[in-house]
Design a protein around this ligand. Structure first.
Ligand SMILES: Nc1ncnc2c1ncn2[C@@H]1O[C@H](COP(=O)(O)OP(=O)(O)OP(=O)(O)O)[C@@H](O)[C@H]1O
Ligand SMILES: [Mg+2]
Length: 609
Protein backbone atom coordinates (compact mmCIF):
# COMPACT_ATOMS: atom_id res chain seq x y z
CA UNK A 1 0.00 0.00 0.00
CA UNK A 2 1.35 3.41 -0.89
CA UNK A 3 1.66 6.19 1.64
CA UNK A 4 -1.20 8.01 -0.05
CA UNK A 5 -3.53 5.05 0.31
CA UNK A 6 -2.58 4.57 3.93
CA UNK A 7 -3.47 8.13 4.78
CA UNK A 8 -6.71 8.13 2.84
CA UNK A 9 -7.77 4.94 4.61
CA UNK A 10 -7.21 6.35 8.05
CA UNK A 11 -9.03 9.51 7.02
CA UNK A 12 -12.17 7.49 6.25
CA UNK A 13 -14.77 8.26 8.91
CA UNK A 14 -15.92 5.29 10.96
CA UNK A 15 -19.28 4.02 9.71
CA UNK A 16 -21.95 5.06 12.17
CA UNK A 17 -23.15 2.08 14.11
CA UNK A 18 -26.71 2.76 15.26
CA UNK A 19 -26.78 -0.33 17.46
CA UNK A 20 -28.61 0.39 20.71
CA UNK A 21 -26.32 0.99 23.65
CA UNK A 22 -26.95 -0.82 26.89
CA UNK A 23 -27.94 1.71 29.57
CA UNK A 24 -25.58 0.13 32.07
CA UNK A 25 -22.56 0.57 29.81
CA UNK A 26 -23.29 4.27 29.61
CA UNK A 27 -22.90 4.57 33.37
CA UNK A 28 -19.68 2.61 33.15
CA UNK A 29 -18.37 5.00 30.51
CA UNK A 30 -19.34 7.95 32.66
CA UNK A 31 -17.79 6.42 35.75
CA UNK A 32 -14.54 8.46 35.53
CA UNK A 33 -16.72 11.56 35.78
CA UNK A 34 -19.16 10.24 38.36
CA UNK A 35 -16.42 8.89 40.59
CA UNK A 36 -15.09 12.40 41.24
CA UNK A 37 -18.23 13.04 43.25
CA UNK A 38 -18.53 9.88 45.33
CA UNK A 39 -19.76 11.77 48.39
CA UNK A 40 -22.54 13.49 46.48
CA UNK A 41 -23.55 10.18 44.93
CA UNK A 42 -23.59 8.48 48.32
CA UNK A 43 -25.73 11.30 49.71
CA UNK A 44 -28.12 11.11 46.78
CA UNK A 45 -28.38 7.32 47.02
CA UNK A 46 -29.08 7.51 50.75
CA UNK A 47 -31.81 10.10 50.22
CA UNK A 48 -33.21 8.00 47.38
CA UNK A 49 -33.44 4.83 49.47
CA UNK A 50 -34.76 6.80 52.45
CA UNK A 51 -37.62 8.38 50.49
CA UNK A 52 -38.49 5.08 48.83
CA UNK A 53 -38.73 3.37 52.20
CA UNK A 54 -40.98 6.14 53.47
CA UNK A 55 -43.22 5.85 50.44
CA UNK A 56 -43.60 2.18 51.24
CA UNK A 57 -44.27 2.94 54.89
CA UNK A 58 -47.03 5.33 53.82
CA UNK A 59 -49.04 2.31 52.62
CA UNK A 60 -48.91 0.96 56.14
CA UNK A 61 -49.93 4.40 57.37
CA UNK A 62 -53.01 4.24 55.14
CA UNK A 63 -53.88 0.81 56.47
CA UNK A 64 -53.52 1.96 60.08
CA UNK A 65 -55.57 5.12 59.55
CA UNK A 66 -58.41 3.05 58.11
CA UNK A 67 -58.30 -0.03 60.32
CA UNK A 68 -57.25 1.48 63.67
CA UNK A 69 -58.79 4.90 63.18
CA UNK A 70 -61.81 4.97 60.93
CA UNK A 71 -63.12 1.43 61.18
CA UNK A 72 -62.50 1.12 64.94
CA UNK A 73 -64.46 4.38 65.37
CA UNK A 74 -61.84 5.73 67.78
CA UNK A 75 -61.09 9.44 67.36
CA UNK A 76 -57.97 9.43 69.51
CA UNK A 77 -56.37 6.60 67.56
CA UNK A 78 -57.40 8.28 64.31
CA UNK A 79 -55.55 11.36 65.56
CA UNK A 80 -52.41 9.49 66.50
CA UNK A 81 -52.44 7.48 63.29
CA UNK A 82 -52.77 10.64 61.28
CA UNK A 83 -49.92 12.19 63.28
CA UNK A 84 -47.83 9.14 62.34
CA UNK A 85 -48.68 9.67 58.69
CA UNK A 86 -47.79 13.37 58.96
CA UNK A 87 -44.36 12.54 60.41
CA UNK A 88 -43.77 10.24 57.45
CA UNK A 89 -44.87 12.95 55.04
CA UNK A 90 -42.52 15.55 56.54
CA UNK A 91 -39.60 13.12 56.56
CA UNK A 92 -40.33 12.37 52.93
CA UNK A 93 -40.39 16.08 52.05
CA UNK A 94 -36.95 16.57 53.59
CA UNK A 95 -35.60 13.46 51.89
CA UNK A 96 -37.02 14.58 48.55
CA UNK A 97 -35.41 18.01 48.89
CA UNK A 98 -32.00 16.48 49.55
CA UNK A 99 -32.35 13.88 46.81
CA UNK A 100 -33.53 16.33 44.19
CA UNK A 101 -30.85 18.89 45.04
CA UNK A 102 -27.97 16.43 45.04
CA UNK A 103 -29.04 14.56 41.93
CA UNK A 104 -29.64 17.71 39.88
CA UNK A 105 -26.34 19.12 41.12
CA UNK A 106 -24.62 15.96 39.94
CA UNK A 107 -26.21 16.23 36.49
CA UNK A 108 -25.19 19.86 36.06
CA UNK A 109 -21.68 19.29 37.39
CA UNK A 110 -20.96 16.30 35.19
CA UNK A 111 -22.24 17.95 32.06
CA UNK A 112 -20.12 21.03 32.89
CA UNK A 113 -17.05 18.82 33.39
CA UNK A 114 -17.72 17.02 30.12
CA UNK A 115 -18.18 20.29 28.25
CA UNK A 116 -14.85 21.55 29.55
CA UNK A 117 -13.08 18.33 28.65
CA UNK A 118 -14.58 18.20 25.17
CA UNK A 119 -13.69 21.82 24.46
CA UNK A 120 -10.18 21.41 25.79
CA UNK A 121 -9.80 18.33 23.64
CA UNK A 122 -11.16 20.07 20.55
CA UNK A 123 -8.88 23.13 20.68
CA UNK A 124 -5.90 20.79 20.65
CA UNK A 125 -7.07 18.68 17.72
CA UNK A 126 -5.20 18.79 14.42
CA UNK A 127 -6.92 21.29 12.08
CA UNK A 128 -7.79 18.70 9.43
CA UNK A 129 -10.05 17.06 12.01
CA UNK A 130 -12.40 19.99 11.50
CA UNK A 131 -12.36 19.48 7.75
CA UNK A 132 -13.34 15.83 8.09
CA UNK A 133 -16.04 16.56 10.66
CA UNK A 134 -18.81 19.08 10.15
CA UNK A 135 -18.58 21.91 12.64
CA UNK A 136 -22.35 21.64 13.24
CA UNK A 137 -21.87 18.01 14.26
CA UNK A 138 -19.06 18.90 16.63
CA UNK A 139 -21.00 21.78 18.15
CA UNK A 140 -23.97 19.54 18.80
CA UNK A 141 -21.66 17.15 20.67
CA UNK A 142 -20.58 20.04 22.84
CA UNK A 143 -24.05 21.44 23.50
CA UNK A 144 -26.88 19.01 22.73
CA UNK A 145 -25.21 15.80 23.88
CA UNK A 146 -23.91 17.27 27.11
CA UNK A 147 -27.30 18.91 27.80
CA UNK A 148 -28.97 15.57 27.25
CA UNK A 149 -26.67 13.95 29.78
CA UNK A 150 -27.34 16.75 32.22
CA UNK A 151 -31.08 16.17 32.07
CA UNK A 152 -30.71 12.40 32.18
CA UNK A 153 -28.34 12.29 35.13
CA UNK A 154 -30.09 15.20 36.80
CA UNK A 155 -33.63 13.86 36.57
CA UNK A 156 -34.52 10.87 34.41
CA UNK A 157 -31.93 8.57 35.88
CA UNK A 158 -32.89 9.33 39.46
CA UNK A 159 -36.54 9.07 38.46
CA UNK A 160 -35.87 5.65 36.98
CA UNK A 161 -33.89 4.50 40.00
CA UNK A 162 -36.54 5.78 42.37
CA UNK A 163 -39.25 4.01 40.41
CA UNK A 164 -37.24 0.81 40.22
CA UNK A 165 -36.88 0.91 43.99
CA UNK A 166 -40.53 1.63 44.66
CA UNK A 167 -41.60 -1.04 42.17
CA UNK A 168 -39.42 -3.64 43.88
CA UNK A 169 -40.50 -2.53 47.34
CA UNK A 170 -44.13 -2.23 46.25
CA UNK A 171 -44.10 -5.79 44.87
CA UNK A 172 -42.69 -7.15 48.10
CA UNK A 173 -45.30 -5.25 50.09
CA UNK A 174 -48.07 -6.55 47.83
CA UNK A 175 -47.14 -10.13 48.58
CA UNK A 176 -46.70 -9.37 52.27
CA UNK A 177 -50.12 -7.72 52.41
CA UNK A 178 -52.10 -10.34 50.54
CA UNK A 179 -50.79 -13.31 48.66
CA UNK A 180 -53.94 -14.24 46.78
CA UNK A 181 -54.65 -10.75 45.52
CA UNK A 182 -51.03 -10.40 44.46
CA UNK A 183 -51.38 -13.48 42.33
CA UNK A 184 -54.40 -11.91 40.63
CA UNK A 185 -52.39 -8.74 39.97
CA UNK A 186 -49.44 -10.69 38.60
CA UNK A 187 -51.73 -12.29 36.06
CA UNK A 188 -52.82 -8.83 34.95
CA UNK A 189 -49.30 -7.41 34.60
CA UNK A 190 -48.29 -9.08 31.32
CA UNK A 191 -51.65 -8.12 29.83
CA UNK A 192 -50.71 -4.47 30.39
CA UNK A 193 -46.97 -4.64 29.83
CA UNK A 194 -46.70 -6.58 26.59
CA UNK A 195 -48.71 -4.21 24.38
CA UNK A 196 -47.11 -1.25 26.16
CA UNK A 197 -43.57 -2.43 25.42
CA UNK A 198 -44.38 -3.33 21.85
CA UNK A 199 -45.90 0.06 21.11
CA UNK A 200 -43.32 1.88 23.18
CA UNK A 201 -40.66 0.66 20.82
CA UNK A 202 -42.55 2.03 17.84
CA UNK A 203 -43.01 5.37 19.59
CA UNK A 204 -39.30 5.54 20.29
CA UNK A 205 -38.36 4.92 16.70
CA UNK A 206 -40.82 7.54 15.51
CA UNK A 207 -39.65 10.06 18.05
CA UNK A 208 -36.06 9.63 16.90
CA UNK A 209 -37.23 10.19 13.34
CA UNK A 210 -39.16 13.22 14.51
CA UNK A 211 -36.09 14.69 16.20
CA UNK A 212 -34.06 14.23 13.05
CA UNK A 213 -36.61 16.06 10.96
CA UNK A 214 -36.73 18.91 13.48
CA UNK A 215 -32.93 19.12 13.28
CA UNK A 216 -33.23 19.33 9.48
CA UNK A 217 -35.64 22.23 9.85
CA UNK A 218 -33.15 23.94 12.16
CA UNK A 219 -30.17 23.57 9.87
CA UNK A 220 -32.19 24.67 6.84
CA UNK A 221 -33.27 27.85 8.60
CA UNK A 222 -29.75 28.41 9.92
CA UNK A 223 -28.20 28.37 6.48
CA UNK A 224 -30.82 30.68 4.97
CA UNK A 225 -30.49 33.17 7.81
CA UNK A 226 -26.71 33.22 7.51
CA UNK A 227 -27.02 33.81 3.76
CA UNK A 228 -29.95 36.20 4.01
CA UNK A 229 -28.28 38.88 1.89
CA UNK A 230 -27.79 36.47 -1.01
CA UNK A 231 -31.37 35.23 -0.65
CA UNK A 232 -32.72 38.77 -0.75
CA UNK A 233 -30.46 39.95 -3.53
CA UNK A 234 -31.83 37.22 -5.82
CA UNK A 235 -35.37 37.88 -4.54
CA UNK A 236 -35.72 34.27 -3.40
CA UNK A 237 -37.54 34.93 -0.13
CA UNK A 238 -40.78 33.45 -1.47
CA UNK A 239 -39.07 30.32 -2.73
CA UNK A 240 -37.18 29.81 0.51
CA UNK A 241 -40.34 30.29 2.55
CA UNK A 242 -42.07 27.60 0.50
CA UNK A 243 -39.10 25.26 0.75
CA UNK A 244 -38.87 25.85 4.46
CA UNK A 245 -42.61 25.21 4.79
CA UNK A 246 -42.11 21.82 3.13
CA UNK A 247 -39.43 20.92 5.69
CA UNK A 248 -41.69 22.02 8.52
CA UNK A 249 -44.58 19.98 7.14
CA UNK A 250 -42.35 16.93 6.85
CA UNK A 251 -41.46 17.32 10.51
CA UNK A 252 -45.12 17.75 11.39
CA UNK A 253 -46.11 14.65 9.44
CA UNK A 254 -43.59 12.49 11.30
CA UNK A 255 -44.64 14.06 14.60
CA UNK A 256 -48.27 13.30 13.77
CA UNK A 257 -47.50 9.63 13.23
CA UNK A 258 -45.67 9.60 16.54
CA UNK A 259 -48.43 11.25 18.54
CA UNK A 260 -51.07 9.02 16.97
CA UNK A 261 -49.24 5.89 18.09
CA UNK A 262 -48.53 7.47 21.41
CA UNK A 263 -52.12 8.50 22.06
CA UNK A 264 -53.27 5.03 21.13
CA UNK A 265 -50.71 3.53 23.49
CA UNK A 266 -51.83 5.84 26.27
CA UNK A 267 -55.48 4.91 25.80
CA UNK A 268 -54.84 1.18 25.70
CA UNK A 269 -52.60 1.24 28.75
CA UNK A 270 -55.12 3.32 30.69
CA UNK A 271 -57.92 0.94 29.82
CA UNK A 272 -55.97 -2.20 30.66
CA UNK A 273 -54.52 -0.77 33.84
CA UNK A 274 -57.82 0.43 35.20
CA UNK A 275 -59.56 -2.82 34.23
CA UNK A 276 -56.90 -4.69 36.16
CA UNK A 277 -57.41 -2.41 39.14
CA UNK A 278 -61.17 -2.84 38.92
CA UNK A 279 -60.79 -6.62 38.87
CA UNK A 280 -58.49 -6.40 41.83
CA UNK A 281 -60.87 -4.20 43.79
CA UNK A 282 -63.65 -6.60 42.99
CA UNK A 283 -61.74 -9.64 44.25
CA UNK A 284 -60.45 -7.67 47.25
CA UNK A 285 -63.86 -6.19 47.98
CA UNK A 286 -65.37 -9.63 47.98
CA UNK A 287 -62.73 -10.75 50.50
CA UNK A 288 -63.46 -7.76 52.72
CA UNK A 289 -67.17 -8.52 52.56
CA UNK A 290 -66.59 -12.14 53.53
CA UNK A 291 -64.24 -10.98 56.30
CA UNK A 292 -61.11 -12.58 54.87
CA UNK A 293 -59.42 -9.19 54.69
CA UNK A 294 -59.69 -5.86 56.48
CA UNK A 295 -60.70 -2.63 54.71
CA UNK A 296 -57.33 -1.08 55.61
CA UNK A 297 -55.51 -3.98 54.05
CA UNK A 298 -57.43 -3.56 50.84
CA UNK A 299 -56.69 0.18 50.82
CA UNK A 300 -52.98 -0.49 51.46
CA UNK A 301 -53.04 -3.11 48.74
CA UNK A 302 -54.56 -0.74 46.21
CA UNK A 303 -52.01 1.87 47.26
CA UNK A 304 -49.09 -0.50 46.58
CA UNK A 305 -50.62 -1.72 43.36
CA UNK A 306 -50.94 1.83 42.08
CA UNK A 307 -47.40 2.55 43.19
CA UNK A 308 -46.11 -0.44 41.23
CA UNK A 309 -48.19 0.48 38.18
CA UNK A 310 -47.01 4.10 38.12
CA UNK A 311 -43.47 2.96 38.82
CA UNK A 312 -43.44 0.61 35.85
CA UNK A 313 -45.01 3.26 33.62
CA UNK A 314 -42.38 5.78 34.79
CA UNK A 315 -39.46 3.48 34.09
CA UNK A 316 -40.71 2.62 30.63
CA UNK A 317 -41.27 6.30 29.90
CA UNK A 318 -37.68 7.30 30.67
CA UNK A 319 -36.14 4.13 29.32
CA UNK A 320 -36.01 5.60 25.82
CA UNK A 321 -34.43 8.75 27.17
CA UNK A 322 -31.80 6.77 29.00
CA UNK A 323 -31.04 4.95 25.78
CA UNK A 324 -30.57 8.27 24.04
CA UNK A 325 -28.24 9.34 26.82
CA UNK A 326 -26.28 6.17 26.30
CA UNK A 327 -25.91 7.10 22.64
CA UNK A 328 -24.84 10.63 23.56
CA UNK A 329 -22.27 9.32 26.03
CA UNK A 330 -20.84 6.99 23.46
CA UNK A 331 -20.48 9.81 20.92
CA UNK A 332 -18.82 12.04 23.52
CA UNK A 333 -16.40 9.33 24.59
CA UNK A 334 -15.60 8.60 20.96
CA UNK A 335 -14.74 12.25 20.46
CA UNK A 336 -12.63 12.35 23.62
CA UNK A 337 -10.75 9.26 22.51
CA UNK A 338 -9.67 10.70 19.18
CA UNK A 339 -6.07 11.78 19.45
CA UNK A 340 -4.60 14.76 17.70
CA UNK A 341 -2.33 13.86 14.78
CA UNK A 342 -0.21 16.91 15.54
CA UNK A 343 1.44 16.69 18.93
CA UNK A 344 4.59 17.86 20.66
CA UNK A 345 7.24 15.15 20.88
CA UNK A 346 7.85 13.50 24.25
CA UNK A 347 11.37 14.94 24.32
CA UNK A 348 11.60 18.26 22.52
CA UNK A 349 14.72 19.75 20.94
CA UNK A 350 15.69 23.41 20.83
CA UNK A 351 16.21 25.22 17.52
CA UNK A 352 19.79 26.39 17.04
CA UNK A 353 20.14 30.17 17.04
CA UNK A 354 23.36 30.04 14.98
CA UNK A 355 22.14 27.76 12.18
CA UNK A 356 23.05 28.80 8.66
CA UNK A 357 19.44 28.94 7.48
CA UNK A 358 16.58 30.11 9.66
CA UNK A 359 13.91 28.22 7.75
CA UNK A 360 14.51 25.27 5.48
CA UNK A 361 12.16 23.07 3.51
CA UNK A 362 13.83 19.84 2.41
CA UNK A 363 12.07 17.77 -0.24
CA UNK A 364 8.63 18.62 1.12
CA UNK A 365 5.68 16.91 -0.57
CA UNK A 366 2.21 17.29 0.81
CA UNK A 367 -1.40 16.61 -0.03
CA UNK A 368 -4.44 17.52 2.04
CA UNK A 369 -6.01 14.45 3.69
CA UNK A 370 -9.27 15.15 1.86
CA UNK A 371 -7.52 15.22 -1.53
CA UNK A 372 -5.02 12.38 -1.58
CA UNK A 373 -5.01 12.31 -5.38
CA UNK A 374 -3.77 15.86 -5.81
CA UNK A 375 -0.52 16.96 -4.18
CA UNK A 376 -0.66 20.58 -2.96
CA UNK A 377 3.14 20.76 -2.68
CA UNK A 378 5.68 18.74 -4.65
CA UNK A 379 9.29 18.22 -3.59
CA UNK A 380 9.86 21.75 -2.32
CA UNK A 381 13.35 22.86 -1.40
CA UNK A 382 13.50 26.36 0.04
CA UNK A 383 16.23 27.88 2.21
CA UNK A 384 15.69 31.17 3.99
CA UNK A 385 18.35 33.04 5.91
CA UNK A 386 17.87 34.86 9.19
CA UNK A 387 16.42 38.34 8.61
CA UNK A 388 15.75 37.69 4.93
CA UNK A 389 12.54 38.84 3.27
CA UNK A 390 11.28 36.37 0.70
CA UNK A 391 8.30 37.04 -1.52
CA UNK A 392 6.18 34.12 -2.76
CA UNK A 393 4.23 34.65 -5.95
CA UNK A 394 2.20 32.30 -8.09
CA UNK A 395 -1.24 31.84 -9.51
CA UNK A 396 -4.22 31.07 -7.32
CA UNK A 397 -4.07 27.53 -5.98
CA UNK A 398 -0.29 27.26 -6.42
CA UNK A 399 0.15 26.17 -2.81
CA UNK A 400 1.40 29.40 -1.24
CA UNK A 401 -0.93 29.45 1.76
CA UNK A 402 -0.39 25.71 2.15
CA UNK A 403 3.31 26.34 2.67
CA UNK A 404 2.46 28.54 5.68
CA UNK A 405 0.17 25.88 7.10
CA UNK A 406 3.04 23.40 7.02
CA UNK A 407 5.44 25.87 8.64
CA UNK A 408 2.99 26.35 11.51
CA UNK A 409 2.60 22.57 11.62
CA UNK A 410 -1.13 22.56 11.13
CA UNK A 411 -0.34 19.57 8.92
CA UNK A 412 2.68 17.31 8.63
CA UNK A 413 4.10 16.73 5.16
CA UNK A 414 3.93 13.16 3.87
CA UNK A 415 7.49 13.47 2.60
CA UNK A 416 10.47 15.64 3.47
CA UNK A 417 10.85 17.94 6.42
CA UNK A 418 10.43 21.53 7.52
CA UNK A 419 13.28 22.79 9.66
CA UNK A 420 13.60 25.83 11.90
CA UNK A 421 17.08 26.56 13.24
CA UNK A 422 18.26 23.26 11.76
CA UNK A 423 15.73 21.17 13.73
CA UNK A 424 12.82 19.27 12.16
CA UNK A 425 9.74 21.06 13.48
CA UNK A 426 8.25 17.69 14.44
CA UNK A 427 10.97 17.56 17.10
CA UNK A 428 10.03 20.94 18.57
CA UNK A 429 7.51 21.65 21.25
CA UNK A 430 4.42 22.99 19.46
CA UNK A 431 4.25 26.11 21.64
CA UNK A 432 7.91 26.85 21.10
CA UNK A 433 7.52 26.38 17.38
CA UNK A 434 4.49 28.65 17.07
CA UNK A 435 5.17 31.37 19.68
CA UNK A 436 8.05 32.95 17.71
CA UNK A 437 5.95 32.98 14.52
CA UNK A 438 3.16 35.31 13.56
CA UNK A 439 0.77 34.66 10.74
CA UNK A 440 -1.18 37.44 9.13
CA UNK A 441 -3.69 35.34 7.22
CA UNK A 442 -5.30 36.00 3.88
CA UNK A 443 -8.65 36.58 5.59
CA UNK A 444 -8.21 38.65 8.76
CA UNK A 445 -9.58 36.84 11.80
CA UNK A 446 -11.04 38.87 14.65
CA UNK A 447 -12.82 37.79 17.80
CA UNK A 448 -16.11 39.33 18.84
CA UNK A 449 -14.54 41.36 21.60
CA UNK A 450 -12.99 44.81 21.93
CA UNK A 451 -9.86 46.16 20.25
CA UNK A 452 -7.69 45.54 23.32
CA UNK A 453 -8.53 41.86 23.32
CA UNK A 454 -7.99 41.50 19.60
CA UNK A 455 -4.58 43.17 19.46
CA UNK A 456 -3.41 41.51 22.69
CA UNK A 457 -4.44 38.08 21.51
CA UNK A 458 -0.92 36.67 21.12
CA UNK A 459 0.48 38.43 24.21
CA UNK A 460 -2.21 38.79 26.87
CA UNK A 461 0.27 40.34 29.32
CA UNK A 462 1.16 43.32 27.09
CA UNK A 463 0.61 46.73 28.72
CA UNK A 464 -1.87 49.29 27.36
CA UNK A 465 1.04 51.43 26.17
CA UNK A 466 2.47 48.52 24.19
CA UNK A 467 -0.91 47.85 22.58
CA UNK A 468 -1.26 51.51 21.63
CA UNK A 469 2.27 51.55 20.22
CA UNK A 470 1.49 48.47 18.12
CA UNK A 471 -1.72 50.08 16.85
CA UNK A 472 0.22 53.21 15.86
CA UNK A 473 2.88 51.14 14.07
CA UNK A 474 0.11 49.32 12.20
CA UNK A 475 -1.45 52.64 11.12
CA UNK A 476 -4.56 51.60 13.00
CA UNK A 477 -4.48 54.08 15.86
CA UNK A 478 -6.43 56.89 14.17
CA UNK A 479 -9.38 54.83 13.02
CA UNK A 480 -9.52 52.98 16.35
CA UNK A 481 -9.79 56.33 18.15
CA UNK A 482 -12.64 57.22 15.79
CA UNK A 483 -14.63 54.16 16.89
CA UNK A 484 -17.47 54.93 19.33
CA UNK A 485 -15.51 53.69 22.38
CA UNK A 486 -11.95 53.76 21.06
CA UNK A 487 -10.00 50.70 22.13
CA UNK A 488 -12.96 49.53 24.20
CA UNK A 489 -15.22 49.27 21.15
CA UNK A 490 -16.63 45.85 20.48
CA UNK A 491 -15.79 44.76 16.94
CA UNK A 492 -18.72 42.38 16.44
CA UNK A 493 -18.59 38.85 15.10
CA UNK A 494 -15.33 38.46 13.16
CA UNK A 495 -15.01 42.24 13.18
CA UNK A 496 -18.11 43.00 11.08
CA UNK A 497 -18.05 46.57 12.35
CA UNK A 498 -14.76 47.29 10.57
CA UNK A 499 -13.92 47.71 6.91
CA UNK A 500 -11.69 45.17 5.17
CA UNK A 501 -8.57 47.34 5.40
CA UNK A 502 -9.23 48.23 9.03
CA UNK A 503 -9.57 44.58 9.94
CA UNK A 504 -6.23 43.86 8.32
CA UNK A 505 -4.53 46.62 10.21
CA UNK A 506 -5.84 45.33 13.55
CA UNK A 507 -4.47 41.90 12.67
CA UNK A 508 -1.15 43.47 11.70
CA UNK A 509 -1.06 45.32 15.04
CA UNK A 510 -1.56 41.94 16.72
CA UNK A 511 1.43 40.55 14.83
CA UNK A 512 3.56 43.62 15.64
CA UNK A 513 2.78 43.28 19.34
CA UNK A 514 3.79 39.62 19.18
CA UNK A 515 7.26 40.68 17.96
CA UNK A 516 7.84 37.42 16.09
CA UNK A 517 11.15 36.03 14.82
CA UNK A 518 9.44 34.69 11.73
CA UNK A 519 6.68 36.57 10.05
CA UNK A 520 4.28 34.85 7.67
CA UNK A 521 2.26 37.33 5.67
CA UNK A 522 -0.52 36.25 3.39
CA UNK A 523 -1.22 39.49 1.64
CA UNK A 524 -4.80 40.02 0.62
CA UNK A 525 -5.42 43.17 -1.28
CA UNK A 526 -8.66 42.51 -3.05
CA UNK A 527 -10.68 44.14 -0.27
CA UNK A 528 -8.64 47.31 -0.24
CA UNK A 529 -8.99 50.67 -1.90
CA UNK A 530 -5.89 52.63 -2.86
CA UNK A 531 -5.78 54.62 0.37
CA UNK A 532 -6.10 51.70 2.76
CA UNK A 533 -3.77 49.65 0.60
CA UNK A 534 -1.21 52.36 1.11
CA UNK A 535 -1.86 52.32 4.86
CA UNK A 536 -1.59 48.54 5.05
CA UNK A 537 1.60 48.61 3.01
CA UNK A 538 3.12 51.11 5.45
CA UNK A 539 2.05 48.93 8.39
CA UNK A 540 3.62 45.87 6.77
CA UNK A 541 6.93 47.64 6.17
CA UNK A 542 7.02 48.43 9.88
CA UNK A 543 6.29 44.82 10.72
CA UNK A 544 8.89 43.32 8.38
CA UNK A 545 11.84 45.23 9.86
CA UNK A 546 14.54 43.05 11.42
CA UNK A 547 12.92 39.67 11.08
CA UNK A 548 12.76 36.70 8.80
CA UNK A 549 9.74 37.32 6.61
CA UNK A 550 7.96 35.21 4.07
CA UNK A 551 5.34 37.18 2.30
CA UNK A 552 2.82 35.97 -0.23
CA UNK A 553 2.87 38.94 -2.54
CA UNK A 554 0.08 40.35 -4.62
CA UNK A 555 1.64 43.76 -5.12
CA UNK A 556 4.65 44.78 -7.04
CA UNK A 557 5.81 47.09 -4.26
CA UNK A 558 6.10 44.04 -2.00
CA UNK A 559 8.02 42.04 -4.55
CA UNK A 560 10.40 44.92 -5.14
CA UNK A 561 10.94 45.32 -1.39
CA UNK A 562 11.87 41.65 -0.94
CA UNK A 563 15.41 40.28 -1.01
CA UNK A 564 14.31 37.41 -3.20
CA UNK A 565 11.18 36.20 -4.95
CA UNK A 566 10.12 32.59 -5.33
CA UNK A 567 7.63 31.71 -8.06
CA UNK A 568 5.34 28.76 -7.37
CA UNK A 569 3.10 26.90 -9.76
CA UNK A 570 1.09 23.70 -9.16
CA UNK A 571 2.83 23.17 -5.82
CA UNK A 572 6.34 23.47 -7.21
CA UNK A 573 9.03 26.14 -7.21
CA UNK A 574 9.41 27.09 -10.86
CA UNK A 575 11.71 30.10 -10.64
CA UNK A 576 13.63 32.17 -8.15
CA UNK A 577 15.39 35.53 -8.27
CA UNK A 578 14.85 39.26 -8.23
CA UNK A 579 12.04 41.03 -10.05
CA UNK A 580 14.29 42.09 -12.91
CA UNK A 581 15.88 38.68 -13.41
CA UNK A 582 12.53 36.89 -13.18
CA UNK A 583 10.88 39.11 -15.75
CA UNK A 584 13.67 38.10 -18.09
CA UNK A 585 13.85 34.38 -17.27
CA UNK A 586 10.39 33.24 -16.15
CA UNK A 587 7.50 33.53 -18.62
CA UNK A 588 5.03 32.63 -15.85
CA UNK A 589 6.38 35.41 -13.65
CA UNK A 590 6.29 37.90 -16.50
CA UNK A 591 2.68 37.06 -17.23
CA UNK A 592 1.74 37.25 -13.52
CA UNK A 593 3.57 40.55 -13.21
CA UNK A 594 1.74 41.97 -16.22
CA UNK A 595 -1.68 40.79 -15.02
CA UNK A 596 -1.48 40.94 -11.27
CA UNK A 597 0.71 43.93 -10.81
CA UNK A 598 -0.72 45.84 -13.75
CA UNK A 599 -2.04 48.58 -11.53
CA UNK A 600 1.40 48.90 -10.02
CA UNK A 601 3.00 49.76 -13.35
CA UNK A 602 3.16 53.37 -12.33
CA UNK A 603 4.96 52.46 -9.13
CA UNK A 604 7.44 50.44 -11.13
CA UNK A 605 8.11 53.35 -13.44
CA UNK A 606 8.41 55.69 -10.51
CA UNK A 607 10.94 53.35 -8.91
CA UNK A 608 12.87 53.00 -12.13
CA UNK A 609 13.27 56.70 -12.53
N1 LIG B 1 -8.08 22.55 3.52
C1 LIG B 1 -7.90 22.09 2.28
N2 LIG B 1 -8.32 20.86 1.95
C2 LIG B 1 -8.13 20.38 0.70
N3 LIG B 1 -7.55 21.06 -0.29
C3 LIG B 1 -7.11 22.29 -0.02
C4 LIG B 1 -7.28 22.88 1.27
N4 LIG B 1 -6.74 24.13 1.25
C5 LIG B 1 -6.28 24.29 0.00
N5 LIG B 1 -6.48 23.22 -0.77
C6 LIG B 1 -6.06 23.00 -2.16
O1 LIG B 1 -4.66 23.05 -2.19
C7 LIG B 1 -4.19 23.79 -3.29
C8 LIG B 1 -3.30 24.93 -2.83
O2 LIG B 1 -4.07 25.85 -2.09
P1 LIG B 1 -3.48 27.16 -1.43
O3 LIG B 1 -4.50 27.70 -0.51
O4 LIG B 1 -2.16 26.84 -0.84
O5 LIG B 1 -3.30 28.11 -2.69
P2 LIG B 1 -2.73 29.57 -2.76
O6 LIG B 1 -1.49 29.50 -3.55
O7 LIG B 1 -2.63 30.17 -1.41
O8 LIG B 1 -3.85 30.32 -3.63
P3 LIG B 1 -4.45 31.82 -3.47
O9 LIG B 1 -3.49 32.74 -4.10
O10 LIG B 1 -5.73 31.75 -4.24
O11 LIG B 1 -4.64 32.07 -2.02
C9 LIG B 1 -5.42 24.27 -4.03
O12 LIG B 1 -5.60 23.41 -5.13
C10 LIG B 1 -6.56 24.10 -3.06
O13 LIG B 1 -7.74 23.72 -3.69
MG1 LIG C 1 -3.73 31.54 -0.37
Amino acid sequence: MSEAEAVSNTAEPEPNSPKPVKPISFLAQLWPYLSRYKKVMAGAATALIFTSLITLALGQGVRLVIDEGILSQSLSSLNSMLAFVMVLVIAMAIGTFIRFYLVTWLGERISADLRNDVFNHLVHMHPSYFEENQSGEIMSRLTTDTTLLQSIIGSSLSFALRNALTVTGGLIMLFVTNLKLSAVVMLGVPAVLIPAIWMGRRVRRLSRESQDTVADVGSYAGEIIRQVKTVQSYAREGFETLAFGREVDKAFYVAKKRIRTRSFLLGIVMMLAFSAIAAMVWVGGYDVMTGKMSGGELAAFVFYALMVAFGVAGVSEVYGEIQRAAGATERLMQLLNETSLIQSPAVAKQPRADSEDHVRLEGVSFFYPSRPDKPALKDLNIHIKRGETVALVGPSGAGKSTLFELMLRFYDPQQGRVKIGDVDIRELNLDELRKPMALVPQQPVLFSNNVWHNIRYGRPDASDEEVIAAAKAAHAYDFIMDLPNGFDSDLGENGVRLSGGQKQRVVIARAILNDPDILLLDEATSALDAESEFQVQKALEELMKNRTTIIIAHRLATVLGADRTIVMHHGEVVAEGTHASLVATSPLYKRLADLQFGSDKLAEQALAE
